[in-house]
Design a protein around this ligand. Structure first.
Ligand code: WTA
Length: 650
């Protein structure tokens, strides 16, 4: 095997938590000059021209950012089409035979789409959508697993200026219905089903349920026959193949979209019981993700790239589909899980496809560590040039394992902090420029303004924890923030001067300006990389008969993770296993399996402040066996001790 460590590996690791980027990487990196930070500072906001220059515009924009007060009209006056940028321009530039998407199915089937193939199918499906009555600005909901028809459908929507609304296939029929309503979407593309760990999951039946549950009518539904199960198609339902075949060879002109026309909607968990609708716009979003794919992931057109994120979430939108395809890269996409059929699935994919750049999540890295280090060691992973992580904090031990066992000390690791709301990466090292510090994401990217403040908006001292706020607008910002909406403020009650966005995360900054993200400080929890709203889950729990109140917390153990629910019951209702199962089943039905509590604890009361607010912090302490602080602000301090013994004895 050619898995050899670079010559200066030992010295680089020894330098106490500071690692210089490996020199072979730096020699070929796209961004290598430290001056990029000063240039962006000196020339803000026009510095973001650099991001916009990664794209082809139909009409050039008149100004990068006309005003630094809301509304923020990034690239005002410019027009473009995201599908044109991700597909047509590569075909026109002579790269038609380069592979755009290589898809590996759960059962070992492989499908390869060159940019020409992608062009053909996207055009045909765009024509089909139009023929179904989809007009510009109509929202098309895509409830699909990791199959190539998903990016095809996204790009087809982008081509005709119809914003897509992708709903993660693991979410329930209820969750789909809520998202159809929230997006006011009357068109749905789904599939008959898919495989997960060897068993078939039927999606169309969930989509049919959602159709009945949604408050408005669906006009048309398109079904990809992925399992090949014969499906009963009702009125207004068509198979994907039939529609594409009916439009064979069709070409549809890419619609000219204004920079701030919506490209897509995506729903994420917020601090209320309802999913939070985030709308990303064509110009700023695409510029942001394309620029960061180039500057941070160092992607080049000749690269083969693997990102394990599901397209149902923002990471998949930005860094499986839009960023890599806008750069003309080959993206490897796979269906299923990293441990099926075997725990070396990912190493297999990397070796077989000679993957250059690999982007995954800390939760996956922790599983890889736990499974068996000899699995990656027995594979040739020497094609790798750069490694990335996203989704939650990565501790120094997992970081170093990744660097050493997957990258062999030859690949920089970029720990990228960002959110659904930011659209693209915000805080991370530029891998060809900055030293790395395991456990710390790094400095804000050039042009990004981030600060860590206390509740009064004062910057906290070095290495002390505070609230992470973004202090400058950025191109990938979503519509609501562009318009001056102040998301998250209510929850934090921060008193910061000037325009800012509260991220919901806690963080600290060191002497070099490196940010270590500590995790959520609002009512959002991160469970194995899944972002979930405590209120969303709690309202599902409270929906079960007999339940009065509920509070959910996440389990801190990095390996097991999970959710614990604390539940109070109506008098006379017995807290038994049957009720526990009914609670779990109801959460599964309302949201999906990812939100199912791993433990349900029945309690006579929940710790509350005098004003009646549930103090989840104490429940977290109890769940995780931590010391709890001062309980004197509670109206019922005795419940904390009582609960501790309930949990200990259970
Ligand atoms: C967390 C995922 C630490 C954070 C792209 C954030 C991280 C939330 C990191 C957003 C990181 C993401 N280090 N924490 N590198 N990346 N997070 O919207 O709490 O699903 O607020 O977007 O994930 O989750 P979302």
């Amino acid at each position: 095997m050619s898995n050899r460590r670079g010559p200066d590996f030992e010295t680089r690791m020894a330098e106490d938590e500071e690692i210089e980027p490996p020199s072979p990487f730096v020699e070929q990196a796209t961004v290598t000059d430290d001056s990029v930070y000063d240039e962006f500072e000196a020339d803000w906001p026009d510095c973001w021209d650099r991001a916009a220059a990664t794209l082809d515009w139909f009409d050039p924009y008149e100004s990068v950012l006309p005003d630094d007060e809301p509304p923020f009209e990034w690239f005002a006056g410019g027009t473009l089409n995201a599908c044109y940028n991700c597909v047509d321009r590569h075909v026109e530039a002579g790269a038609k035979n380069r592979v755009a998407i290589k898809w590996e199915s759960h059962l070992g089937e492989t499908r390869t789409y060159t940019y020409q193939d992608l062009y053909r199918e996207v055009n045909e499906f765009a024509a089909a959508l139009r023929a179904q009555g989809v007009e510009e600005d109509d929202v098309v909901t895509l409830y699909m697993p990791m199959i190539p028809e998903l990016p095809v459908a996204m790009l087809a929507c982008a081509r005709i200026g119809a914003p897509h609304n992708v709903v993660f296939a693991g979410l329930s029929a209820d969750a789909l219905a809520t998202r159809l309503e929230s997006a006011d979407s009357r068109f749905l593309v789904t599939c008959d089903g898919y495989y997960r760990r060897g068993s078939a999951i039927f999606l169309k039946s969930k989509a049919d349920d959602a159709r009945l549950k949604a408050a408005h009518d669906l006009e048309e539904m398109v079904v990809v026959e992925h399992l090949g199960e014969t499906e009963h198609l009702g009125a207004g339902q068509h198979t994907y193949d039939e529609l594409v075949a009916a439009h064979a060879g069709a070409e549809v002109d890419p619609v000219e979209r204004a920079a701030d026309d919506v490209l897509f909607l995506i729903h994420t968990s917020g601090t209320t019981g309802e999913p939070k609708r985030v709308e990303h716009v064509t110009g700023g979003y695409l510029a942001h993700v394309t620029w960061t794919s180039q500057a941070v992931l160092d992607l080049k057109p000749e690269d083969t790239y693997l990102c394990t994120a599901n397209i149902g979430w923002i990471s998949g939108h930005s860094y499986v589909v839009y960023g890599p395809l806008a750069l003309g890269t080959t993206a490897v996409m796979y269906e299923g899980t990293p441990n099926y059929p075997e725990r070396d699935r990912i190493w297999d994919l990397i070796e077989e496809n000679a993957v250059d750049v690999f982007y995954t999540a800390p939760t996956a890295i922790r599983s890889f560590m736990k499974w068996d280090t000899s699995l990656p060691a027995s594979r040739d992973l020497s094609s790798l040039r750069l490694l990335g992580t996203v989704g939650e904090p990565i501790d120094a031990r997992a970081w170093k394992w990744y660097y050493e066992h997957i990258g062999n000390g030859n690949c920089p690791v970029v720990d990228t902090w960002w959110q659904t709301e930011t659209g693209g990466m915000m805080i991370t090292t530029l891998p060809g420029v900055k030293k790395m510090k395991p456990g710390s994401a790094g400095p804000p990217l050039p042009g990004v303004g981030a600060r860590v403040v206390d509740g009064r908006g004062e910057e906290v001292p070095v290495n002390e924890a505070g609230y992470l706020v973004l202090t400058r607008p950025w191109p990938g910002m979503p519509l609501a923030l562009r318009r001056g909406h102040r998301w998250g403020e209510e929850a934090a009650k921060l008193d910061v001067d000037g325009w800012h966005y509260f991220t919901g995360d806690g963080a600290k900054v060191d002497d070099d300006g490196y940010v270590t993200v500590l995790g959520r400080v609002d009512d959002v929890i991160n469970v194995s990389g899944h972002r979930l709203g405590t209120m969303e889950i709690e309202s599902a729990v409270v929906g079960v008969e007999g339940v009065v109140e509920a509070a959910v917390v996440s389990v801190a153990d990095a390996e097991t993770g999970g959710i614990h629910a604390y539940v109070t019951l109506e008098t006379g209702v017995s807290g038994d296993d049957d009720l526990r199962e009914r609670i779990a089943a109801h959460v599964r039905e309302r949201i999906g399996p990812i939100a199912t509590p791993d433990a349900v604890v029945f309690t006579p009361d929940l710790p509350k402040t005098r004003s009646g607010k549930i103090m989840r912090r104490f429940l977290e302490n109890i769940t995780n066996g931590e010391e709890f602080g001062d309980t004197s602000a509670l109206q019922n301090p005795e419940i904390v001790g009582e609960l501790e013994s309930i949990v200990r004895d259970s």
